[in-house]
Ligand binder design. Structure first.
Ligand code: PGA
Length: 251
């Protein structure tokens, strides 16, 4: 059976003190929810510190280099992440695609690096506002998925989850409705089955991201093909993030 996943993407937020405070507050969580996979994605400079604390939350990186090592000033390799005990990595987030020009070639190299170093991947896809107006936006999304799957082996999917993040809903306060989200998730699962096989499609977690908060999480998590959430803004408030986790746990 596929796993339910809740992930907090802190993006480029929080000083060290603020990050410590948030981490301490979320770690107070009582662990009746231990069937959920819980991950935080702090900025790189805080990863090692939170990994060392060995708390309830898995720790992941928001990015990884497409190169294995060498003269790439400012980059962080998958091997470095693995060597500090980091378990997860986000790849394909729309902010990376948009602001850092990460196109399909770069993303598939990043996926390869992560898999070679046994990191688990949350791979983000999503349509822009303009693409959403297009009647055929579901095939735009399945093309994004296809670019991921075409270079992979079936067993790589044991280490990959998909995050559907409509670009128009990220950080905007606009959330896709549960019907819109379920429509996309169900169609991604069908597309995934065609690209891989039924078992892989059934076992791959597909989570939702884009202004998910304490008000809308319950209805989003009640959708049969929604296996959790990738939470940005609301994961920076311990109370809200814990409430969202509880909603997923009860869904
Ligand atoms: P948001 O971000 O919840 O602030 O919209 C989600 C994400 O970008 O992962």
């Amino acid at each position: 059976m596929r796993k339910k996943i809740i992930a907090g993407n802190w993006k480029m937020n929080l000083s060290l003190n603020e990050a410590n405070e948030l981490h301490e507050a979320i770690e107070k969580l009582n662990s009746s929810d231990n069937q959920l996979v819980k991950i935080i994605f702090p900025p790189f400079v805080y990863l090692d510190r939170f990994i060392q604390k060995k708390g309830h939350f898995n720790v992941g990186a928001q990015n990884v280099s497409q190169f294995s090592n060498g003269a790439y000033t400012g980059e962080i390799s998958a091997n470095m992440l693995k060597s500090i005990g980091c378990q997860y990595v986000l790849i394909g987030h729309s902010e990376r695609r948009e602001y850092f020009n990460e196109g399909d070639n770069i993303l598939s190299l990043k996926v390869k690096q992560a898999l070679q170093n046994s990191l688990k991947i949350i791979y983000c896809i999503g349509e822009t506002k303009d693409q959403r107006q297009n009647d055929d936006f579901l095939s735009i999304l399945s093309n994004q998925l296809n670019l991921l799957t075409e270079s992979l082996e079936i067993n790589d999917f044991e280490n990959i989850s998909i995050a559907y993040e409509p670009v128009w809903a990220i950080g905007t306060g606009l959330t896709a409705s549960p019907d819109q989200v379920e429509e996309v998730h169900a169609s991604l699962r069908i597309a995934l089955e065609k690209m891989t096989n039924k078992t892989t499609a059934l076992n791959t977690s597909i989570i939702y991201g884009g202004s998910c908060n304490t008000t809308n999480a319950e209805s989003l998590f009640s959708c049969p093909n929604v296996d959790g959430g990738l939470i940005g803004g609301a994961s920076l408030k311990a109370k809200d993030f814990l409430e969202i986790i509880a909603l997923l746990n009860n869904s």
